[in-house]
Every structure is written in structure tokens, then in C-alpha cells.
Design a protein around this ligand. Sequence first.
Ligand code: TRP
Length: 336
Amino acid sequence: MHKKRVFSGVQPTGNLHLGNYLGAIKNFVDLQSKFECIYCIVDLHAITNRQNPKELRSNILETVASFIASGLDPKKNIIFNQASVAAHSELAWVFNCVARIGWMNRMTQFKEKAGLNKENASVGLLVYPNLMAADILIYKATHVPVGEDQKQHLELTRDIAKKFNNDFNCGEYFPIVEPLIPKEISRVMSLRDGKKKMSKSEDSDQSRINLKDTKDLINQKIKKAKTDNEPIPSEIDGLKNRSEAANLISIYGSLNEIKMSEVLKEFGGKNFSTFKSKLIESIVDKICPIGDEINKLLKDKSHLDNILALGAKRADNIAKENLKEIYKIIGLTKFT
Ligand code: TRP
């Protein structure tokens, strides 16, 4: 039996938004009191696409700042950046040799990200899922909080673990990981198009609430957020084909930790302007203090570097030992 251990990775992006918070970070915060948790800023995954070095560095710091400002405790959890722990890359190479090319070609995220010009995508983008499997399995993590969009990659992680265990006849050396996808989550959609995910890459800043937005900006963005002409329904069924309405109701529920059905009980029959002012209040209450704290933390970069350095040491201690075992299973010796 493997000890319960949570691992998750987040790509370093600047300017994190409400979707990142409700879809991932808030869940991490809830898990920290229940499990041993390791949270990794996956800078090596980021370079599968071309990055500006200055921006990459500042995005990494902004991501740690957002973690800490949201309530993740760097003493309770291990928080670090992937590039600090060499064993991730070392195990990823091993997995490049375990996983099959056909498995990579089936990954829908690769197809989406590579687009029409597959031949011109980086090799790193193709083997991205092997590095992700290495991130998780180098710690023998058992539970991985991720969004729906990462389910296929987790399935692949399980396949790699099974093939390795089987090829090397080593019982259940690698655990078969379980996704942790909270029930009432929290796929936050664009404020302008309820069918698209809220995203940093959407051109219009009006489509998202950034963690660092001011009160005035939040007020203005929510007031302008797309809805429809019907009043708010009293039952979930009434949200069918009303993706923008459903999105705002879901955001309100997540922020206040109540079910969507409860939100509808409170607001059913009312118009959107009444609901929107309550929603603005909730967002301002929960998000503005986080934004203020991010700005404060970003003023002291060496403090953030120290947090990452300490996390990296703790992660490295676990990863190094496990890599030794893994190499031994394979028949490799590391003399350094
Ligand atoms: N691929 C994940 C994403 O884009 C990020 C990630 C990298 C990750 N390594 C991981 C998530 C390990 C969970 C576990 O969201």
C-alpha cells in the first residue's frame, strides 16, 4: 500500500485569474489540511512553447505569490519549481523509453496545441505527458487534483506506471494514481462567451477577472458580463442552454461554498442586476485581499526565491532517493 500523497503541477503564468483560483488553487488550499501535498510550478513544461526568459522568471514568481496569497502554507506543503529538481527530467527520460509513440499521438492536448502544423511542434510538446507522469511518479504520489482537461494525461500516467511495474516485474512499485476532481467544480468560463473557458489568452481583458483586478474593475466587468433576458431560474434545469447564466451562478456558488441549487433557491425569479451586485460583493470580498497580498509579496522577490529554494530542497530529498530505487530496478547505476 502506498502512503496517500497529493501532487499537482501548475504552469507558470503571470496574471492568474478567477478560473485558476476556483479551478485549481482553492482546491489545493482545501487539500492541505487533509493530505501531504506537493505543489509544483512546472517551468519545464512551459518551455515546450517558446518563452521569453525575463517573462518566464517573473511568471514563476507571480505563480508562487498567487499560491501563498491564496492561503497555501509553504511550511505545510512542499512548493517548488520543477527545474530545481533534476530527477523530474531524469525520470521523464526513462518514461520516454517506457511509453509508446502511439500513446503520445493519441493525446488530444497535443493535437490541439500543435494545431495544423504538427511537424513543426517541439518534440517536447509531444512527450509533455511523459514529463507529467514523471512529476507525479517520482514522488509516488497517489492523488492528483486536476481539471477535466488533464484526465487523459492522468490515464496515461496510469498506463506508464502499469507498464513499468509489469516490464520490470516490480509489483506495484509505482502507484496507480487517482484523479481528484471535485464535484461542484468550477470550470470558470469567459464572461463574454459561456462556452469558452476563462483564459489568459483570450484577447479581451473583459472576459476574465484577474486576481489583481481592482474593485472598480471587478464591478465594471461583472456589470458588463454577458447574460440573457430571462430571470434567474429556481431549478438547475432552468439553466439549460444558458451557459453565461450558469457560469455566473456557478462562480457565486464556488466563492461562497454553496451548491448551485442553493444559489438558485436564493435568487430564483430575481433579475440579473440584483444577482450581479451580490456577485460583485462576493468577488471583491474574496479576490481583492488575494490581489493585494500578491502585490505585496511581489515586492520582495528574495522572500519568494527563499520559499522556492526551501521547497526544492525538500522535494529533492524525496525525489533523489526514489530515483536511486528506480535506477536500481532498471539496472542503472549513478556514480555521482
Ligand atoms: N499539464 C498540467 C496542466 O496543463 C500541468 C502539470 C504538469 C501537472 N505536471 C503535472 C498537473 C502533474 C498535475 C500533475 O494543467
